[in-house]
Design a protein around this ligand. Structure first.
Ligand SMILES: NC(=O)c1ccc[n+]([C@@H]2O[C@H](COP(=O)([O-])OP(=O)(O)OC[C@H]3O[C@@H](n4cnc5c(N)ncnc54)[C@H](O)[C@@H]3O)[C@@H](O)[C@H]2O)c1
Length: 313
């Protein structure tokens, strides 16, 4: 069990807000800070929007908003926190400098976890006091509903802190994936990025719209992926001999020049296709409305998934 009770969340945009909601749902005391002080209002609105889903997923009765404190100074927010989740904008210089300040203002052994989606921890903790306690805790959006978190240590991170972080994340109902060594993009975003880059090429070259590509995932691979990943899925695609036959049959296709991987330039035309394409797909529904549909679905899906994943793992 984790004995961490007080968490500081630095940066309260999309991801910081998600962490705050998840921590509050698990009775943690949360100190929040963002350099944009106006975000306090949107945080409260988002907590209220998401609570019905969070409550249902974690079988909770009440939300204690008294456990949330929004600070106007980073030093005050960090002072007594045992665990710090950094959620500021993705940028090497910004995060390195911010983490250096976090190191100065926080308790010496407070764990610092960055939500970064792919930056190398050794680099962003390079100016941090006591970098042994610095690591990546990469979540997935919406953090308040999805269990995955990748823990990535840097070259100076101590296993003691990795283990403490693992316990903490488990105490807020997450399923940590621990990487032994850092690599750019970590695991999930390496995979997501490859798919995303390929999609951008197909749209750029005019072969499909954003809607066509989303349907290509939603009705096929996406349905399977919520239970099992690509490797186990392909093992089944090989029939009775599993992966062995799958590789014999489809291995040669790996040599065909299908995929491009290097991203296309985000030209004005491509940006227009992406923005207009997704606007059309939204059919006039606001981001908030679509988020409500997604959140309700994710709660029900995870309840169903629990039943089936037990049989596989
Ligand atoms: N959006 C996603 O799907 C997603 C998923 C996983 C991880 N992440 C990671 O989470 C982090 C935050 O992403 P986001 O999507 O929430 O971005 P966001 O733009 O919604 O929020 C970033 C927030 O950081 C604040 N900020 C910037 N500099 C700051 C500073 N010096 N001190 C305090 N606050 C500061 C900004 O005011 C802003 O509110 C990034 O590292 C990103 O890679 C994002």
């Amino acid at each position: 069990m984790s004995n961490i009770k007080k968490v500081a969340v630095i940066g309260t945009g999309v991801i910081g807000t998600g962490w705050i909601i998840r921590c509050l749902a698990h009775n943690k005391i949360v100190n929040a800070f963002d350099k944009d002080l106006k975000l306090k209002t949107s945080l409260i609105t988002e907590i209220k929007r998401t609570w019905p889903y969070v409550k249902k997923l974690f079988n909770k009765k009440n939300l204690n908003l008294k456990n949330l404190k929004y600070f106007t100074s980073i030093g005050e927010a960090l002072k007594d926190a045992d665990f710090i989740q950094e959620c500021a904008t993705e940028n090497y210089t910004l995060k390195t400098n911010l983490i250096s300040s976090i190191g100065k203002y926080s308790k010496k052994n407070a764990i610092i976890a960055s939500s970064s989606s792919g930056l190398l921890p050794t680099r962003i903790y390079s100016k941090c006091k006591n970098p042994k306690r610095g690591l990546i805790g990469h979540p997935f959006n919406p953090v308040y509903l999805l269990p995955a978190v990748e823990i990535v240590p840097g070259k100076k991170t101590s296993m003691k802190f990795v283990n403490k972080a693992k316990k903490f994340y488990k105490s807020i109902s997450m399923s940590p994936i621990i990487l032994e060594n850092e690599l750019p993009g970590y695991l999930s975003d390496r995979l997501q990025e490859a798919l995303w880059r390929e999609g951008l090429h197909i749209i750029n070259e005019g072969f499909a719209t954003t809607k066509d590509l989303d349907r290509a995932i939603e009705d096929g691979p996406g349905l399977r992926w919520s239970l099992m990943g690509t490797f186990l899925t392909f093992h089944l695609a090989g029939g009775k001999s599993g992966m062995k036959h799958m590789l014999e049959q489809f291995g040669p296709a790996l040599k065909l020049p299908w995929t491009k991987l290097k991203a296309p330039k985000l030209s004005k035309r491509l940006v227009k296709r992406l923005v207009e394409g997704t606007k059309k797909q939204s059919k006039g529904k606001s981001v908030e409305k679509i988020s409500n549909i997604r959140d309700q679905y994710l709660v029900e899906l995870q309840k169903l998934r629990k039943k089936y994943e037990k049989k596989l793992r």
